[in-house]
Design a protein around this ligand. Sequence first.
Ligand code: PLZ
Length: 445
Amino acid sequence: MTVEQKRVVATEIPGPRSVELHARKNAAVSAGVGTTLPIYVERAGGAIVVDVDGNQLIDFGSGIAVTSVGNAAPRVVERVREQVADFTHTCFMVTPYEEYVAVAELLNELTPGEHEKRSALFNSGAEAVENAVKVARSATGRSAVVAFDHAYHGRTNLTMALTAKNMPYKHHFGPFAGDVYRVPMAYPYRWPTGPDNCADEAFATFVEMTHAQVGEDNCAAVLIEPIQGEGGFVVPPPGFLPRVAEWCREHGIVFIADEIQTGFCRTGDWFACEAEGVVPDLITTAKGIAGGLPLAAVTGRADLMDAVHSGGLGGTYGGNPVACAAALGAIETMREEDLVGAARRIEAVMRPRLAALASRHPAIGDVRGRGAMLAVELVEAGTKNPDPNLTAAVSRACHAEGLITLTAGTFGNVLRFLPPLVIGADLLAEGLDILDAAFAASAAS
Ligand code: PLZ
């Protein structure tokens, strides 16, 4: 690793060169493209991001759960270097290459279930979700898709329809794709009759609404994130996912797990579905799969994936050889460095620290997540009223001290943590100290 794994705050954050670049950004880039933290990146390695002013920030975001193997991970860099010198593109649909096939083989092997599988590769998470729906529709001859409250599935037209939250994802962008239905998510903290009733009641409501408003025979797919990402790291209570999957199986409905944010060791398993032994019919992956290069996939039952007519799935860049090489390097890193174990060790350190923080700050209503995908939900003390302002203030205070944090949640009141799985114990502890101080300062003001 060429970047020293050390936090450095050399200037105000953002520093003068970043401020200059941000002015250029505002003059050149569409206002529609937002910025969480306007420091401009010069280099990054492992769990440190270096900006153009010489600041070195601790990364608790991993570019939204992408660089799980660390930024510019050595095996990823090496494979990409070799591949880019060999050839950059041919289009897999025109003249194929081994790297794509090798990634598909690994996906078929690593995703849950021992059944025969096939994969297809794409460029982005949204594209993978769109294609999973295409496969489900083609294989079942049905069209309806059921999605959940607080879901996030992307920004294309169909995936906007599948995403729950209006601002900023959908506002003024309709009309959206049809035949999409939404049901309540099993969200223990906010379940009206309390967390203990959540699994049973949410399952019953899902069945009732799907039966009454869609009809099982019209339903091609049920699409769910096993732990919701953008929606605020909502973890459904034990038993909910297995029952939904089983009910889908009984009715010939394709159960699609969107593991774009949860996949590839993030939650302390290769895939989040494994925690409850859930075997999805189709699974969508992206983000962590390729250590920072754009790659996404749909993997699933061979009978479903092969039901599509030849030529029905594809795209110019899907499974680009450089992105595939990166994926081979990332997956090798996950295996060689036991990143499943690393995610569990991160949880073992972070969860007690977050719980301790919650005991001191009544604004923390809930601590949740799994593995290295943890979050706190912030409310007005003594209520469950979301507090997005405090959430933003704490996040900003972290940024000012050189810690990259992200927010999430339908109500913008969730502070989420997605450190690279290779983060060292010292940086992890230092990041948590900064968070602690940020809470103390923001809660006091
Ligand atoms: N499904 C579960 O988390 C992407 C979105 C960032 P793309 N989440 C980060 C933003 O504001 O655009 C995501 C996800 C889940 C699908 C997607 C979509 O993946 O690669 O961003 O298209």
